[in-house]
Design a protein around this ligand. Structure first.
Ligand code: 5GP
Ligand code: ZN
Length: 118
């Protein structure tokens, strides 16, 4: 396990100190359901090291984290034939609506134009 932050809620999720529903996990990332489901299956993918935002990634961490996104996206899509698409979002900084300062990538399944998101 890489460096974690004692007080960070997503580091606590990595350590399972906060209950969470795991979607995917390996040595580099953890994917779990967002507590607020923008649409059903809304998932957050986080690096297993405390990185506040995209500005703090080095190239190796970026490659390791982002290269895993397509596989996780496919697994979510395959879990429900009603999923027709997916929004993938990454907010960086308060002005960009980041509220948890452990970097995370939102995977938001889309069911139809009327599924209520965005
Ligand atoms: P942001 O606004 O920073 O891009 O997204 C943070 C996300 O983290 C929000 O969608 C929020 O619902 C989610 N979140 C905040 N606290 C928790 C938590 O304790 N557990 C889970 N599963 N998600 C959380
Ligand atoms: Zn953290």
């Amino acid at each position: 396990m890489m460096a974690l932050d004692q007080d960070c809620i997503f580091c606590k999720i990595i350590r399972n100190e906060i209950p969470n529903t795991v979607v995917y996990e390996d040595n580099v990332v953890k994917a779990f359901l967002d507590i607020t489901q923008g649409t059903p299956g809304h998932t957050l993918v986080i690096p297993k090291t405390h990185v506040p935002d995209i500005f703090a990634y080095d190239a190796d961490l970026a490659a390791a984290v982002f290269s895993r996104i397509p596989k996780i996206a496919r697994a979510i899509k395959a879990s429900d034939p009603a999923i027709k698409g997916m929004n993938i979002l990454n907010n960086n900084g308060k002005v960009a609506y980041q509220s948890v300062f452990h970097s995370h990538i939102h995977l938001i399944p889309r069911y139809s134009a009327k599924d209520g998101f965005g």
